[in-house]
Write a protein that binds this ligand. Sequence first.
Ligand code: C2E
Ligand code: CA
Ligand code: CA
Ligand code: CA
Length: 276
Amino acid sequence: AKLRGRNRSHHFSPDMADALYRKMTLRHHLTLALEAEAFELYYQPIVDMTTQQLKGFEALIRWHDEELGQVSPAEFIPLAEETGQIVPLGKWILKTACKQLSVWREKFGKGFIMSVNLSRAQLQSSLAPTIESLLLRYNIPPSQLALELTESTMLQEYDDAKQCLDDLASLGLELYLDDFGTGYSSLSQLQDLPISTVKLDQSFVQGEHKGSQAIIEATRAICEKLDLRVVAEGVETQEQLDYLKSCRFDYCQGYFLGRPMPAHEHEERNFTLQHT
Ligand code: C2E
Ligand code: CA
Ligand code: CA
Ligand code: CA
Protein backbone atom coordinates (compact mmCIF):
# COMPACT_ATOMS: atom_id res chain seq x y z
CA ALA A 1 0.00 0.00 0.00
CA LYS A 2 1.07 3.54 -0.66
CA LEU A 3 2.10 5.33 2.48
CA ARG A 4 0.27 8.52 3.30
CA GLY A 5 3.00 10.48 5.01
CA ARG A 6 5.81 10.52 7.45
CA ASN A 7 3.66 10.36 10.57
CA ARG A 8 1.89 7.25 9.44
CA SER A 9 4.81 5.57 7.71
CA HIS A 10 5.00 2.89 10.40
CA HIS A 11 1.54 1.70 9.35
CA PHE A 12 1.49 -0.70 6.50
CA SER A 13 -2.08 0.23 5.67
CA PRO A 14 -3.62 3.36 7.18
CA ASP A 15 -7.14 2.12 6.47
CA MET A 16 -6.53 -1.08 8.36
CA ALA A 17 -5.11 0.83 11.29
CA ASP A 18 -8.15 3.14 11.31
CA ALA A 19 -10.52 0.18 11.29
CA LEU A 20 -8.65 -1.47 14.14
CA TYR A 21 -8.62 1.75 16.13
CA ARG A 22 -12.35 2.20 15.60
CA LYS A 23 -12.95 -1.35 16.75
CA MET A 24 -10.87 -0.94 19.91
CA THR A 25 -12.61 2.34 20.72
CA LEU A 26 -16.04 0.81 20.19
CA ARG A 27 -15.15 -2.18 22.31
CA HIS A 28 -14.13 0.08 25.19
CA HIS A 29 -17.23 2.26 24.91
CA LEU A 30 -19.44 -0.81 24.64
CA THR A 31 -18.20 -2.02 28.01
CA LEU A 32 -19.04 1.34 29.59
CA ALA A 33 -22.41 1.45 27.84
CA LEU A 34 -23.29 -2.00 29.20
CA GLU A 35 -22.59 -0.83 32.74
CA ALA A 36 -24.56 2.36 32.24
CA GLU A 37 -27.39 0.63 30.29
CA ALA A 38 -26.98 3.34 27.66
CA PHE A 39 -29.14 1.49 25.15
CA GLU A 40 -32.69 1.92 23.99
CA LEU A 41 -35.10 -0.27 22.07
CA TYR A 42 -37.00 1.07 19.10
CA TYR A 43 -40.04 -0.74 17.76
CA GLN A 44 -41.02 -1.21 14.11
CA PRO A 45 -44.56 -2.23 13.17
CA ILE A 46 -45.29 -5.43 11.24
CA VAL A 47 -48.59 -5.26 9.36
CA ASP A 48 -51.03 -8.09 8.68
CA MET A 49 -51.86 -7.95 4.97
CA THR A 50 -55.23 -9.67 5.36
CA THR A 51 -56.67 -7.30 7.95
CA GLN A 52 -54.48 -4.24 7.18
CA GLN A 53 -53.90 -4.06 10.92
CA LEU A 54 -50.96 -4.21 13.20
CA LYS A 55 -49.64 -7.70 13.67
CA GLY A 56 -46.85 -6.75 16.04
CA PHE A 57 -43.52 -5.03 16.54
CA GLU A 58 -39.90 -5.93 15.99
CA ALA A 59 -37.61 -4.62 18.74
CA LEU A 60 -34.41 -3.05 17.34
CA ILE A 61 -31.63 -1.84 19.58
CA ARG A 62 -30.22 1.70 19.46
CA TRP A 63 -27.05 2.98 21.07
CA HIS A 64 -26.26 6.64 21.47
CA ASP A 65 -22.77 7.18 22.83
CA GLU A 66 -21.88 10.61 24.22
CA GLU A 67 -18.55 10.66 22.41
CA LEU A 68 -19.15 8.49 19.37
CA GLY A 69 -22.72 9.58 18.62
CA GLN A 70 -25.25 7.14 17.22
CA VAL A 71 -23.64 3.75 16.52
CA SER A 72 -25.49 1.37 14.20
CA PRO A 73 -26.36 -2.12 15.50
CA ALA A 74 -25.02 -3.42 12.19
CA GLU A 75 -21.63 -2.26 13.49
CA PHE A 76 -21.75 -2.97 17.23
CA ILE A 77 -23.80 -6.19 17.37
CA PRO A 78 -21.16 -8.21 15.44
CA LEU A 79 -18.53 -6.72 17.76
CA ALA A 80 -20.53 -7.67 20.87
CA GLU A 81 -20.86 -11.15 19.39
CA GLU A 82 -17.08 -11.39 19.02
CA THR A 83 -16.41 -10.34 22.61
CA GLY A 84 -19.27 -12.30 24.20
CA GLN A 85 -20.83 -9.06 25.43
CA ILE A 86 -23.91 -10.01 23.43
CA VAL A 87 -24.93 -12.41 26.20
CA PRO A 88 -25.52 -9.78 28.93
CA LEU A 89 -26.68 -7.28 26.29
CA GLY A 90 -29.10 -9.86 24.90
CA LYS A 91 -30.55 -10.42 28.37
CA TRP A 92 -31.14 -6.69 28.74
CA ILE A 93 -32.84 -6.64 25.31
CA LEU A 94 -35.15 -9.53 26.20
CA LYS A 95 -36.05 -8.02 29.57
CA THR A 96 -36.74 -4.59 28.11
CA ALA A 97 -38.88 -5.98 25.27
CA CYS A 98 -40.91 -8.13 27.70
CA LYS A 99 -41.45 -5.16 30.00
CA GLN A 100 -42.70 -3.07 27.06
CA LEU A 101 -44.91 -5.91 25.90
CA SER A 102 -46.56 -6.15 29.31
CA VAL A 103 -47.25 -2.40 29.31
CA TRP A 104 -48.69 -2.49 25.78
CA ARG A 105 -50.87 -5.49 26.61
CA GLU A 106 -52.68 -3.28 29.12
CA LYS A 107 -52.84 -0.33 26.78
CA PHE A 108 -53.52 -1.79 23.36
CA GLY A 109 -55.03 -5.20 23.95
CA LYS A 110 -53.59 -8.65 23.88
CA GLY A 111 -53.47 -9.72 20.26
CA PHE A 112 -50.11 -8.53 19.00
CA ILE A 113 -46.66 -10.09 18.91
CA MET A 114 -43.33 -8.65 20.04
CA SER A 115 -40.39 -10.07 18.14
CA VAL A 116 -36.83 -9.90 19.43
CA ASN A 117 -33.61 -10.59 17.52
CA LEU A 118 -31.35 -13.27 18.94
CA SER A 119 -27.68 -13.86 18.26
CA ARG A 120 -26.21 -17.32 17.91
CA ALA A 121 -24.18 -16.94 21.13
CA GLN A 122 -27.42 -16.57 23.07
CA LEU A 123 -28.55 -20.07 22.11
CA GLN A 124 -27.41 -21.69 25.35
CA SER A 125 -29.22 -24.21 27.50
CA SER A 126 -29.92 -21.44 30.04
CA LEU A 127 -31.87 -19.35 27.49
CA ALA A 128 -35.22 -21.17 27.70
CA PRO A 129 -35.36 -21.01 31.54
CA THR A 130 -34.33 -17.33 31.43
CA ILE A 131 -37.14 -16.53 29.01
CA GLU A 132 -39.62 -18.64 30.93
CA SER A 133 -38.99 -16.63 34.09
CA LEU A 134 -39.33 -13.35 32.16
CA LEU A 135 -42.72 -14.48 30.84
CA LEU A 136 -43.84 -15.30 34.38
CA ARG A 137 -42.46 -12.10 35.83
CA TYR A 138 -44.22 -9.91 33.27
CA ASN A 139 -47.31 -12.11 32.95
CA ILE A 140 -46.92 -12.63 29.20
CA PRO A 141 -48.39 -15.59 27.31
CA PRO A 142 -45.56 -17.26 25.31
CA SER A 143 -47.56 -16.98 22.08
CA GLN A 144 -47.07 -13.20 22.20
CA LEU A 145 -43.27 -13.38 22.09
CA ALA A 146 -41.34 -14.23 18.93
CA LEU A 147 -37.61 -14.72 18.49
CA GLU A 148 -35.81 -13.92 15.22
CA LEU A 149 -32.78 -15.91 14.14
CA THR A 150 -30.69 -15.56 11.01
CA GLU A 151 -29.86 -18.50 8.83
CA SER A 152 -26.11 -18.15 9.22
CA THR A 153 -26.39 -18.37 13.00
CA MET A 154 -27.46 -21.95 12.55
CA LEU A 155 -24.32 -23.14 10.78
CA GLN A 156 -22.06 -24.09 13.69
CA GLU A 157 -22.90 -26.83 16.13
CA TYR A 158 -26.25 -27.30 14.56
CA ASP A 159 -27.43 -29.99 16.99
CA ASP A 160 -26.88 -27.81 20.08
CA ALA A 161 -28.65 -24.90 18.45
CA LYS A 162 -31.52 -27.11 17.38
CA GLN A 163 -31.92 -28.44 20.92
CA CYS A 164 -32.11 -24.89 22.23
CA LEU A 165 -34.69 -23.91 19.61
CA ASP A 166 -36.76 -27.00 20.39
CA ASP A 167 -36.74 -25.98 24.09
CA LEU A 168 -37.88 -22.47 23.18
CA ALA A 169 -40.62 -23.79 20.92
CA SER A 170 -41.77 -26.11 23.73
CA LEU A 171 -42.40 -23.02 25.84
CA GLY A 172 -44.86 -21.95 23.15
CA LEU A 173 -42.82 -19.11 21.65
CA GLU A 174 -42.83 -18.31 17.95
CA LEU A 175 -39.55 -18.64 16.06
CA TYR A 176 -38.88 -16.57 12.95
CA LEU A 177 -36.13 -17.26 10.42
CA ASP A 178 -34.67 -13.82 9.61
CA ASP A 179 -32.97 -12.53 6.44
CA PHE A 180 -34.19 -15.55 4.48
CA GLY A 181 -32.47 -16.01 1.14
CA THR A 182 -29.16 -14.40 2.06
CA GLY A 183 -27.62 -17.01 4.35
CA TYR A 184 -26.40 -20.51 3.83
CA SER A 185 -29.15 -22.66 5.23
CA SER A 186 -30.59 -25.52 3.28
CA LEU A 187 -34.29 -25.57 2.60
CA SER A 188 -34.52 -28.70 4.75
CA GLN A 189 -33.93 -26.52 7.84
CA LEU A 190 -37.33 -25.00 7.23
CA GLN A 191 -38.79 -28.39 8.09
CA ASP A 192 -36.23 -29.53 10.64
CA LEU A 193 -36.34 -26.47 12.91
CA PRO A 194 -39.45 -25.43 14.85
CA ILE A 195 -39.95 -22.27 12.79
CA SER A 196 -43.39 -20.73 12.35
CA THR A 197 -42.49 -17.79 10.15
CA VAL A 198 -39.95 -16.80 7.51
CA LYS A 199 -38.77 -13.23 6.98
CA LEU A 200 -37.68 -12.68 3.39
CA ASP A 201 -34.63 -10.44 3.27
CA GLN A 202 -35.27 -6.87 2.23
CA SER A 203 -32.80 -7.01 -0.68
CA PHE A 204 -35.32 -9.09 -2.66
CA VAL A 205 -38.19 -6.70 -1.99
CA GLN A 206 -35.95 -3.86 -3.14
CA GLY A 207 -35.02 -5.73 -6.31
CA GLU A 208 -31.29 -5.84 -5.65
CA HIS A 209 -30.78 -9.26 -7.18
CA LYS A 210 -31.24 -10.72 -10.60
CA GLY A 211 -34.55 -12.54 -10.52
CA SER A 212 -35.72 -10.91 -7.30
CA GLN A 213 -39.36 -11.32 -8.31
CA ALA A 214 -38.91 -15.01 -9.10
CA ILE A 215 -37.33 -15.51 -5.68
CA ILE A 216 -40.12 -13.61 -3.94
CA GLU A 217 -42.76 -15.72 -5.65
CA ALA A 218 -40.89 -18.99 -5.07
CA THR A 219 -40.43 -18.18 -1.38
CA ARG A 220 -44.14 -17.50 -1.05
CA ALA A 221 -44.93 -20.82 -2.73
CA ILE A 222 -42.51 -22.84 -0.57
CA CYS A 223 -43.82 -21.27 2.62
CA GLU A 224 -47.38 -21.98 1.62
CA LYS A 225 -46.59 -25.65 0.93
CA LEU A 226 -44.71 -26.00 4.22
CA ASP A 227 -47.44 -24.17 6.14
CA LEU A 228 -45.15 -21.33 7.21
CA ARG A 229 -46.16 -17.69 7.50
CA VAL A 230 -44.03 -15.23 5.55
CA VAL A 231 -43.04 -11.60 6.23
CA ALA A 232 -41.64 -9.32 3.54
CA GLU A 233 -39.04 -6.92 4.97
CA GLY A 234 -37.91 -3.54 3.72
CA VAL A 235 -41.11 -2.33 2.04
CA GLU A 236 -40.42 1.26 1.07
CA THR A 237 -43.00 2.07 -1.62
CA GLN A 238 -46.69 1.64 -2.40
CA GLU A 239 -45.67 -0.22 -5.55
CA GLN A 240 -43.70 -2.81 -3.55
CA LEU A 241 -46.59 -3.19 -1.11
CA ASP A 242 -49.10 -3.73 -3.93
CA TYR A 243 -46.88 -6.34 -5.53
CA LEU A 244 -46.39 -8.24 -2.25
CA LYS A 245 -50.12 -8.12 -1.66
CA SER A 246 -50.73 -9.62 -5.08
CA CYS A 247 -48.28 -12.41 -4.12
CA ARG A 248 -50.41 -12.96 -0.99
CA PHE A 249 -47.70 -12.30 1.56
CA ASP A 250 -49.05 -12.69 5.10
CA TYR A 251 -47.18 -9.76 6.64
CA CYS A 252 -45.16 -6.74 5.54
CA GLN A 253 -42.67 -4.51 7.33
CA GLY A 254 -40.74 -1.48 6.14
CA TYR A 255 -40.32 2.25 6.20
CA PHE A 256 -43.43 2.70 4.04
CA LEU A 257 -45.54 1.14 6.80
CA GLY A 258 -43.63 2.56 9.73
CA ARG A 259 -40.08 3.25 10.83
CA PRO A 260 -38.54 1.92 14.01
CA MET A 261 -39.49 4.40 16.74
CA PRO A 262 -39.28 4.73 20.52
CA ALA A 263 -42.23 3.23 22.43
CA HIS A 264 -43.79 6.55 23.40
CA GLU A 265 -44.06 7.64 19.77
CA HIS A 266 -46.15 4.58 18.95
CA GLU A 267 -48.41 5.33 21.89
CA GLU A 268 -49.18 8.72 20.38
CA ARG A 269 -50.24 7.14 17.09
CA ASN A 270 -53.40 5.35 16.11
CA PHE A 271 -52.66 1.64 16.18
CA THR A 272 -54.87 0.61 13.31
CA LEU A 273 -52.72 1.22 10.27
CA GLN A 274 -54.50 2.16 7.10
CA HIS A 275 -52.57 1.59 3.90
CA THR A 276 -53.40 0.54 0.34
P1 C2E B 1 -32.57 -7.08 10.92
O1 C2E B 1 -32.95 -7.92 12.08
O2 C2E B 1 -32.68 -7.68 9.57
O3 C2E B 1 -33.46 -5.76 11.07
C1 C2E B 1 -33.98 -5.04 9.97
C2 C2E B 1 -33.15 -3.79 9.69
O4 C2E B 1 -33.66 -3.14 8.54
C3 C2E B 1 -33.21 -2.76 10.81
O5 C2E B 1 -31.96 -2.08 10.82
C4 C2E B 1 -34.32 -1.82 10.34
O6 C2E B 1 -34.25 -0.54 10.91
C5 C2E B 1 -34.06 -1.81 8.85
N1 C2E B 1 -35.27 -1.53 8.06
C6 C2E B 1 -36.57 -1.72 8.39
N2 C2E B 1 -37.37 -1.35 7.37
C7 C2E B 1 -36.57 -0.90 6.38
C8 C2E B 1 -36.82 -0.36 5.05
O7 C2E B 1 -37.96 -0.22 4.61
N3 C2E B 1 -35.71 -0.02 4.33
C9 C2E B 1 -34.45 -0.16 4.81
N4 C2E B 1 -33.45 0.20 4.02
N5 C2E B 1 -34.19 -0.66 6.04
C10 C2E B 1 -35.23 -1.02 6.81
P2 C2E B 1 -31.17 -1.80 12.16
O8 C2E B 1 -32.14 -1.42 13.25
O9 C2E B 1 -30.07 -0.84 11.83
O10 C2E B 1 -30.56 -3.20 12.55
C11 C2E B 1 -29.59 -3.83 11.75
C12 C2E B 1 -29.34 -5.25 12.19
O11 C2E B 1 -28.74 -5.26 13.50
C13 C2E B 1 -30.61 -6.07 12.33
O12 C2E B 1 -31.04 -6.57 11.08
C14 C2E B 1 -30.12 -7.17 13.27
O13 C2E B 1 -29.41 -8.14 12.56
C15 C2E B 1 -29.19 -6.41 14.18
N6 C2E B 1 -29.95 -6.02 15.39
C16 C2E B 1 -30.71 -4.91 15.63
N7 C2E B 1 -31.23 -4.94 16.87
C17 C2E B 1 -30.81 -6.10 17.44
C18 C2E B 1 -31.02 -6.72 18.72
O14 C2E B 1 -31.75 -6.23 19.59
N8 C2E B 1 -30.39 -7.93 18.93
C19 C2E B 1 -29.60 -8.53 17.98
N9 C2E B 1 -29.03 -9.71 18.28
N10 C2E B 1 -29.42 -7.98 16.77
C20 C2E B 1 -30.00 -6.79 16.50
CA1 CA C 1 -34.76 -9.13 12.51
CA1 CA D 1 -34.05 -9.11 8.57
CA1 CA E 1 -30.35 -8.11 8.44
